[in-house]
Design a protein around this ligand. Sequence first.
Ligand SMILES: Nc1ncnc2c1ncn2[C@@H]1O[C@H](COP(=O)(O)OP(=O)(O)OP(=O)(O)O)[C@@H](O)[C@H]1O
Ligand SMILES: [Mg+2]
Length: 163
Amino acid sequence: MFSVVLQSTTTSTPAETIALAHAVGRRLQTGDLVVLTGDLGAGKTHFAKGIATGLGVTEPVTSPTFALHQRYEGNEIFHHLDVYRLEDLAETLDLDLPELLESGVTVIEWGDSITDVLPTDRLTVRLEMTDVDDERSLWFEVDQENENRWRELVHEAIVEVTA
Ligand SMILES: Nc1ncnc2c1ncn2[C@@H]1O[C@H](COP(=O)(O)OP(=O)(O)OP(=O)(O)O)[C@@H](O)[C@H]1O
Ligand SMILES: [Mg+2]
């Protein structure tokens, strides 16, 4: 798989990260998969919260680290996963990913650790801390073969929050 960076941007506050993710979430539909990657505290859960509100989820989204999977209902079903604690890929079988993926929009924190069991058609958002407090760099990456739809979606979302 050849990964391409579609676009990168920065946010200066947690609220900005949520707003950007909200703009992405508004454009997602059932069957879509977003992988969130980045160090502890990079902002993955904040990004997931924004996707949730973008999908019309009104219930507060919390970190699913202990539950591994939380299901929410908005305009679409929203599956929020955090696989940080998974010890090996076999444990993903219990999650029944194929069923999850087709039944809603799925966001997986630390999903880069389980790419072997994920479809290649997915958006990866890489979050990185910078030298500036509260600033985060966000990199939007996709597989080259699935580039077209994601490119437009990411571009529109970034334009929406920076306009
Ligand atoms: N620009 C920013 N975007 C997002 N979070 C930010 C930003 N600036 C500061 N923060 C802070 O960074 C932390 C991000 O926490 P969050 O739980 O979203 O990270 P995470 O990547 O999910 O961590 P974990 O790996 O533990 O799940 C929060 O304390 C938040 O307030
Ligand atoms: Mg988190």
